[in-house]
Design a protein around this ligand. Structure first.
Ligand code: NAD
Length: 284
C-alpha cells in the first residue's frame, strides 16, 4: 500500500510550532516579513495574499509593498534599499516573475543576504552549494522536510530530479546530494527520460508538465515527489505525476496538499530564522 505524504498535516504542525515560538518572544518587536509585488498579475496577487495570510496565522507581522507595473528599476532598487535598512523588517521577498523591463538578477542582488528569505541572492545560492548555513529556498526545503518526516532514507539512493530551474530543480538536487543520494538531473533536452524514470528509487517531478510521469514509466516501490501544479480539464488541481501512478509507489505526495503547503511553512521558518539572527546581532 502506497503511503500518502501529507504535506498539509506536516505544514500545520510546522506552523503551530512557529506560532508557539512567536508567542514565547519576549522582545518588544515581533518577526516581520516584507513582500514586494510589482504589477497586477492575478496569480502573483494570490501568492502574495496567501503568504500574508500565513504570516497572520502564526503571529508574524507582514507588510505588502505593491508597486505599479511600470516602476523603474532604480525606483524598485531604492524601495529595496529602504527595506534592507529598516531594522523592523527581518525578511524580504520579491514576488516573481517581475515585468519584463526589470532585471530580476539585479533585483535579487539588491536584497540584503541576511533578509533574503527566498534564498535567491547569489551569495545564499553559493552558500547552499558549499553546504554552509544559509536560507534554503522554501519549496526544496519543504520537500526535504517531508522526506525526513516520513523517515525515507536517501543515502545511496538513485534520485531523479526532473527540472533544472533556479527555483526548484537546482536547489533540490543540491540538497539531495547533501543527503548522500546519487542525483541525476533531467531537463527539457534529456534524450531518454523514460529510461531514467524507470531506474529511479525517488523521483522529484518539477518539469511543469501535467501528468508527465505515467505508471508504465516508473518502477514498483518508487517514492514520488510531485512539485507540479496544474489545472486539469475539469478545473481540478493536479501535478506532474498522473494519480494512476500512486498505487505503484511506496510513498507519494498528492496535489494539492503535498509539496505546496510545505512551501509556505518553510517561508515562515526562514522568516523566523532571519528574525532570530537579527535579534542576536543587536544583543549587547
Ligand atoms: P520552470 O518552467 O522554471 O522549469 C521547468 C524545468 O523542467 C526546466 O528546467 C525544463 O528544462 C524542465 N522540463 C520541461 N519539460 C520537460 C520535459 N518534458 N522533460 C524533462 N524536463 C522538462 O518551472 P519551475 O519554476 O521549476 O516549476 C516547475 C513546476 O512546479 C511548475 O508546475 C510550477 O507551477 C510548480 N511549482 C510548485 C511549487 C509548489 O510550492 N508546489 C513551487 C514552485 C513551482
Amino acid at each position: 500500500m502506497a503511503i500518502l505524504m501529507d504535506g498539509k498535516a506536516l505544514s500545520d504542525q510546522v506552523k503551530a510550532a512557529i506560532q508557539a515560538d512567536v508567542l514565547k518572544i519576549t522582545e518588544t518587536r515581533k518577526p516581520k516579513l516584507a513582500v514586494v509585488l510589482v504589477g497586477d498579475d492575478p496569480a502573483s496577487q494570490i501568492y502574495v495574499q496567501s503568504k500574508i495570510k500565513a504570516c497572520q496565522q502564526v503571529g508574524i507581522e507582514s507588510v505588502a509593498k505593491v508597486f505599479d507595473a511600470d516602476i523603474t528599476q532604480i525606483e524598485l532598487l531604492v524601495a529595496l534599499k529602504r527595506l534592507n535598512q529598516d531594522t523592523t523588517v527581518d525578511g524580504i521577498l520579491v514576488q516573481l516573475p517581475l515585468p519584463k523591463h526589470l532585471d530580476e538578477q539585479e533585483v535579487m542582488l539588491n536584497i540584503s543576504p541576511e533578509k533574503d528569505v527566498d534564498g535567491f541572492h547569489p551569495l545564499n545560492v553559493g552558500r547552499l552549494h558549499l553546504r554552509q548555513a544559509t536560507f534554503v529556498p522554501a519549496t526544496p526545503k519543504g520537500i526535504i522536510a517531508l522526506i525526513k518526516a516520513y523517515n525515507i532514507d536517501l543515502e545511496g539512493k538513485d534520485v531523479l530530479v526532473i527540472g533544472r530551474s533556479n527555483l526548484v530543480g537546482r536547489p533540490i538536487a543540491q540538497l539531495l546530494l547533501n543527503e548522500n543520494a546519487t542525483v541525476t538531473i533531467a531537463h527539457s533536452r534529456t534524450q531518454d527520460l523514460k529510461q531514467l524514470t524507470k531506474a529511479a528509487d525517488v523521483i522529484v517531478a518539477a518539469a511543469g508538465v501535467m501528468h508527465l510521469i505515467q505508471p508504465d514509466t516508473i518502477k514498483a516501490g518508487v517514492v514520488l515527489i510531485d512539485v507540479g501544479i496544474h489545472r486539469d480539464s475539469n478545473g481540478k488541481l493536479t501535478g506532474d505525476v498522473a494519480p494512476s501512478c500512486y498505487e505503484k509507489a511506496s510513498y507519494y505526495t498528492p496535489v494539492p496538499k503535498g509539496v505546496g503547503p510545505m512551501t509556505i511553512a518553510m517561508l515562515l521558518k526562514n522568516t523566523m530564522q532571519a528574525y532570530q539572527r537579527q535579534v542576536k546581532q543587536h544583543e549587547v
